[in-house]
Write a new protein. Structure first.
Length: 434
C-alpha cells in the first residue's frame, strides 16, 4: 500500500509549443454535427471502444437509415457516421440514446477514452482495465467540471503492456502491479496511486488541467497546449490529489511501448484490421454475428482502426470458421498484410479541403507501401486529419497536384521528396528512404 504522502521529485517539461486557441472547440459529436461535402458527420464516442452486440446493431441501423451505410473508425476507437441527411439530428440522438450510447448529453463529446483492447484476453497485461473504464466513464459523466473539457481531450487506460501509453493522451493511466501510474500529457513523471484510486485520480488530473488553464487565462484544448511550466501543473495535481485524500508518490514514467494487436487469433480474441478504417454494412454485420456467438457478445474497436472480438465459448473449429468469414468479407486477418501500415484521411469527395482522392491513391500504392520500412499516412491537405502518432512517411496532397513526401522523427531533421504521379510511389519511397 502507498503511504499518504507526496514526494517532491522535480519535474521538467517536455511539452510541445503552446497553442493559442482563439475560438471555441468545434469538434463534432452526436449532438453537434459537422457539415462535410458528403453530408453531415457525427462522431459517436465509444469509451474503450467497447460495444455490445445490440449497440453495434444500432450503429449499423443509424448508418443505413440516415447516412452512407458505412461506419468509419477513428484513431481513438470511436465511430463516425458520414453522409447524414439534413435534419436527422433528433432521430439520430434518439436511436443512440435508446442503445445506451448517449448516457449524458452534456458529456457526450468528452467521453474520449482509449483502453488496451486485448486487456484480459491474452494474459499479457498486468490487470484487466475494464473496471477502470467503467468507473472513469461514470465519474466523467457525473462531473460538472468535466463538461468544460474539449472534445479533443483524451484519456488512455493501459493494462501495463504499453500499447495505448504511446498515443499521446492528455491523461494516461498505466497498470503497475497493485498500483497505477497516472501521467499528465508529456509532463515528465507520473503519480503512483493505488489501483482502486486510478479512475478518480485520472479525473482529478483532468479537472486540475481545467483549473490551471482558467487561472492562467489560457484557452487550451489539450494539456500540452498550456504555456505554463510543468512544475505548475505538477504542484496543482499534487495539491488536488492530497485534498481529495488520494495517496500518491511522484516517480519516473514507464516508457516501454508495444504495438497494437496484430490481425489474426491472439489469445482469446479474433483481431481484424479495417482497411482505411471504413467498415461496410455487410462487414459490420459479419463482425456482429461472430460477436453474438461468443460468451461476451461484444466488440472492441481499437485506436489502430481495428476490431477485437473476444471469442470465449467458441471452439477451435468455430474460431477458424469465423476468421475465414471475416477475411472473405474483406477484413484483414493476416498479420503479414500491408494494410495495417497504411492510413489516410477521408479525402475527396467527402472533404472539400482535400486536394486529392487520397484513399484511392493509398489503395493503389498498397504493394509499394508493403515494402516500405515505415508506415505511410496519406493526407488530403496540410491539416492531416486523423494522423496517428509515431514515426512514419507523410504523404500530403498539394494544391498543384501530387504529393509531398516527408520522413523524419517528430521535431527532428526530415527528408522530403515530391510524388507527381501516385503510380510512381515505389520510386519516390526508394528516393526518400535511407
Amino acid at each position: 500500500m502507498l503511504a499518504a504522502m507526496s514526494s517532491a521529485l522535480p519535474s521538467t517539461s517536455s511539452q510541445a509549443t503552446a497553442v493559442s486557441r482563439d475560438r471555441g472547440d468545434a469538434c463534432p459529436g452526436t449532438l453537434r454535427l459537422h457539415a462535410a461535402d458528403d453530408g453531415a458527420l457525427a462522431r459517436v464516442r465509444i469509451p474503450g471502444g467497447v460495444l455490445g452486440v445490440g449497440q453495434a446493431e444500432a450503429l449499423a441501423d443509424a448508418a443505413l437509415r440516415l447516412g452512407d451505410g458505412d461506419l468509419h473508425l477513428t484513431s481513438r476507437g470511436n465511430v463516425q457516421l458520414r453522409g447524414l441527411r439534413d435534419g436527422c439530428g433528433g432521430e439520430l440522438a434518439g436511436l443512440l440514446d435508446a442503445a445506451g450510447l448517449l448516457p449524458s448529453p452534456a458529456h457526450e463529446r468528452v467521453r474520449n477514452i482509449v483502453a488496451s483492447p486485448l486487456s484480459g484476453l491474452d494474459g499479457r497485461g498486468l490487470r484487466d482495465v475494464r473496471p477502470w473504464l467503467s468507473d472513469l466513464d461514470a465519474a466523467l459523466c457525473a462531473s460538472d467540471g468535466a463538461r468544460e473539457l474539449s472534445g479533443r481531450f483524451l484519456f488512455a487506460l493501459d493494462d501495463g503492456r504499453g500499447d495505448v501509453t504511446g498515443l499521446g493522451a492528455d491523461v494516461t493511466v498505466r497498470a503497475a502491479g497493485d498500483d497505477a501510474l497516472v501521467a499528465l500529457g508529456s509532463v515528465d513523471g507520473a503519480w503512483r496511486v493505488a489501483a482502486g484510486e486510478a479512475s478518480r485520480a485520472a479525473l482529478l488530473a483532468a479537472e486540475t488541467f481545467l483549473d490551471v488553464a482558467r487561472e492562467s487565462g489560457e484557452r487550451a484544448w489539450r494539456v500540452d497546449e498550456l504555456a505554463v511550466p510543468a512544475a505548475v501543473l505538477t504542484r496543482a495535481v499534487d495539491r488536488r490529489l492530497s485534498e481529495a485524500g488520494v495517496a500518491h508518490v511522484k516517480e519516473r514514467t514507464d516508457t516501454r511501448r508495444t504495438a497494437g494487436p496484430p490481425p489474426g487469433l491472439v489469445g482469446d480474441a479474433l483481431c481484424v484490421h479495417v482497411p482505411l478504417g471504413r467498415l461496410t454494412g455487410p462487414q459490420w454485420r459479419e463482425l456482429t454475428r461472430v460477436a453474438a456467438s461468443t460468451r461476451d457478445t461484444e466488440l472492441r474497436l481499437t485506436p489502430w482502426r481495428g476490431v477485437v472480438v473476444p471469442v470465449g465459448g467458441l471452439g477451435t473449429t468455430d474460431t477458424a470458421d469465423a476468421l475465414d468469414r471475416l477475411s472473405a468479407a474483406g477484413l484483414v486477418t493476416d498479420a503479414a498484410s500491408p494494410w495495417p501500415r497504411v492510413g489516410a484521411c477521408i479525402g475527396r469527395p467527402g472533404c472539400g479541403k482535400s486536394h486529392a482522392d487520397v484513399r484511392a491513391d493509398a489503395a493503389g500504392g498498397l504493394s509499394a507501401a508493403g515494402r516500405s520500412p515505415l508506415p505511410l499516412y496519406w493526407s488530403g491537405c496540410e491539416r492531416r486529419c486523423g494522423h496517428p502518432r509515431g514515426e512514419r512517411i507523410d504523404l500530403v496532397a498539394v494544391p498543384e497536384g501530387g504529393y509531398r513526401l516527408t520522413v523524419g522523427p517528430p521535431g527532428g531533421p526530415t527528408r522530403t521528396t515530391v510524388l507527381t504521379d501516385p503510380s510512381q510511389l515505389a520510386t519516390a519511397l526508394a528516393a526518400i528512404n535511407p
